[in-house]
Design a protein around this ligand. Structure first.
Ligand SMILES: Nc1ncnc2c1ncn2[C@@H]1O[C@H](COP(=O)(O)OP(=O)(O)O)[C@@H](O)[C@H]1O
Ligand SMILES: [Mg+2]
Length: 247
């Protein structure tokens, strides 16, 4: 177990978002967190990452280092891609030569070349910036990574490439992850297990393992799981929400 949330609840200005959330994330386990818009996914992720103090409950951490990857890349505009990736390493006190090595390695893993690394965020496409953000997170060798809809804004083809990067990195480095997404197919591709936060504040609507292993599921298998689950009452809110958005 890397992280355990115990009876977690949270209210903003007296308005309860959710309560009685229990969740344990095992070593090397990727958990996808889905739920309708506004149900508290970001809040729960930020509590798990220690960015928000929960109103109720306790957290038990059994890891050294974590990383957070947000929907927007949040790069420092005055630094090159290289320096952005190195940024977290500097703050954990890694010396310059090792920093450069880690940056090269992580950049290669996310498909950035040396020329890209010398560019500033404004000179990179949205997809490239998100690659930099992922590389920056992975550069610190995290034991657990918190992803908050990291690929929601990138186009469909690239989304798949970035999902594969995460799947490969998680398998290779054995980090745990909490991966928030509103895309059930993305959840089924990247994760071992899926939890759905209900929209009524009453905790998880479902908590289930996903057949197979991330990276080895065929497109057909992913499609079939999504098809089956989209008829499952546990996910109704998710799809009702999607319809509201579309209309
Ligand atoms: N800093 C904040 N102050 C007050 N209310 C907030 C704050 N952050 C989020 N909320 C509210 O809490 C609820 C959950 O938000 P959020 O966790 O962002 O949901 P999700 O990520 O699932 O869309 C929403 O109703 C949102 O308006
Ligand atoms: Mg959110």
């Amino acid at each position: 177990m890397k992280l355990r949330l115990q009876a977690i609840g949270h209210a903003f200005l007296g308005r309860q978002v959710f309560e009685k959330i229990d969740l344990s994330i095992d070593s090397g386990q990727v958990i996808a967190l889905v739920g309708p818009s506004g149900c508290g996914k970001t809040t729960l992720l930020q509590i798990a990452a220690g960015l928000i103090e929960p109103s109720q409950g306790r957290l038990h951490r059994k890891y050294r280092r974590h990383a957070v990857v947000f929907q927007e890349p949040r790069l420092l505009p005055w630094m090159t891609a290289r320096d952005n990736i190195a940024y977290g390493l500097r703050s954990v006190g890694v010396e310059k030569e090792l920093r450069a090595k880690a940056v090269e390695r992580r950049a290669a893993e996310v498909g950035l070349n040396a020329r890209d690394l010398d560019k500033y965020p404004a000179e990179l496409s949205g997809g490239m910036r998100q690659r930099v953000a992922v590389a920056r997170g992975l550069a610190v060798d995290p034991d657990i990574v918190f992803f908050d809809e990291p690929f929601a804004a990138v186009d469909v083809g690239l989304k798949r490439v970035l999902q594969d990067l995460v799947i490969e990195a998680a398998a290779r480095d054995h980090f745990s992850a909490l991966f928030v997404t509103h895309d059930l197919a993305e959840a089924v591709r990247v994760a071992h297990r899926l939890v759905a936060l209900s929209g009524n504040g009453e905790g998880f609507a479902t908590d289930r393992s996903i057949d197979g292993t991330p990276g080895t599921r065929t497109d057909r298998e992913v499609f079939d799981i999504v098809e089956t689950w989209s008829r499952d009452p546990a996910f109704h809110e998710l799809f009702d929400g999607a319809r509201e958005h579309a209309s």
